[in-house]
Design a protein around this ligand. Structure first.
Ligand code: EPU
Length: 317
């Protein structure tokens, strides 16, 4: 395997196909994650359209170069050595359109780079019910689908009708209402293969009284602001809730609030959030996860599983 994908190699790979969009090399991932942690990606590409995305994935596949897709970078921890291969950003895919409107419902199409909060605001302003509980969750639609983002008993799964995807082997295909179950959307998880990119989705909303939707959305956001450190650098909840328990409460009651390694600290507001206090290292974040896990096992006998997606290489290559 090659060590690194540099500019020259990239040009050889991409020269045969048509590609429009921005490409940078050795791009620091800390600039693309909410945590603001992470070493450089060999190649960071933002295709402008679906054809460019298809072409780039096919070329990478042909050369057996791995890629990962990122959306808002909200739920990921990139290691300090950065990412081998290509990071594909879908930030240019943010079109949306009303597909169908009936008396009681609205069918909306949106591309995966659409910020989730734009969708939440749109529904709130028009009185479309279905995603009120997603208020305040950062990131893009694609990532929200891949991780089945949710809060307060709501999840993106409940609004989804169909999802269009792209896979280097299969090309573009759609999970329709009949087979959308195969996406395996469960609590903060999906069965989406690593090499499959979410392109867009159709979502169904129920028409409701505008003021009621706004009231619910605002109250969920208020609860979130009161209980979660939304303005600090974090990746959201670090661990999944074990069956019937709150990881945050377990971490808190195990005495971990304020625990710190390097510049990473367990939030004093909500213990399942780890905060980058400034220029933190991924290695310290991982060490803190380990320490917290050990404490929770010791006190409660509960094994915490990460909710965040950890990716990349360690520093010593
Ligand atoms: N609690 C503590 N100490 C803490 C944190 C929580 O005692 O440090 C207690 C709370 O007082 C409450 C209970 O634990 O009695 C549950 O807390 P909370 O309502 O904050 O819910 P959670 O289970 O900790 C989950 C999701 C959040 C989501 C909220 C609201 C997971 C891992 N966490 O948190 O999602 O916003 O419910 O629905 O599923 C995320 O996925 O990134 C995330 C933050």
């Amino acid at each position: 395997m090659r060590n690194i994908i540099d500019k020259q190699l990239w040009q050889e790979i991409i020269s045969a196909v048509s590609f429009s969009g921005e490409v940078t090399f050795m791009e620091p991932m800390k600039a693309h994650t909410y945590l603001q942690i992470g070493g450089p990606a060999d190649v960071f590409a933002c295709p402008q359209d679906t054809v460019s995305l298809e072409n780039i994935l096919a070329a990478l596949n042909e050369e057996r170069i791995p890629f990962v897709t990122v959306g808002g970078g909200t739920n990921i921890l990139v290691k300090d050595g950065g990412i081998y291969g290509a990071v594909i950003s879908l930030k240019n895919f943010r079109r949306s359109d009303i597909v169908k409107e009936e008396k009681d419902m609205l069918l909306l199409f949106a591309e995966s780079g659409m910020p989730l909060q734009k969708l939440v605001s749109f529904s709130k302003e028009r009185g479309y019910s279905g995603i009120e509980g997603l208020a305040g969750i950062p990131g893009f639609l694609g990532g929200a689908i891949a991780g089945n983002a949710g809060a307060f008993g709501y999840s993106i799964k409940n609004a989804l009708v169909s999802v269009r995807m792209l896979n280097p082997d299969k090309g573009i295909y759609e999970m329709s209402p009949d087979n959308i179950g195969k996406l395996g959307l469960e609590y903060r998880a999906s069965k989406l293969p690593e090499d499959t990119v979410v392109l867009s989705a159709n979502m169904r909303f129920r028409k409701d009284i505008k003021e009621d939707v706004a009231k619910r959305t605002n109250s969920f956001l208020k609860r979130k602001r009161e209980t979660q450190p939304l303005s600090e650098m974090s990746a959201g909840c670090v661990f999944k809730n074990p069956e019937g328990a709150s990881a945050g409460r377990l971490i808190d009651e195990a005495g971990c609030k304020g625990m710190r390694i390097g510049n990473v600290e367990v939030s004093r507001m909500h213990a399942n959030f780890f905060i980058n206090k400034g220029d933190a290292k991924a290695s310290d974040f991982l060490k803190l996860m380990d320490e917290v896990k050990k404490k929770v096992v010791k006190v409660f006998g509960a094994e915490l599983e990460p909710e965040i997606r950890i990716m990349g290489r360690d520093v010593n290559r």
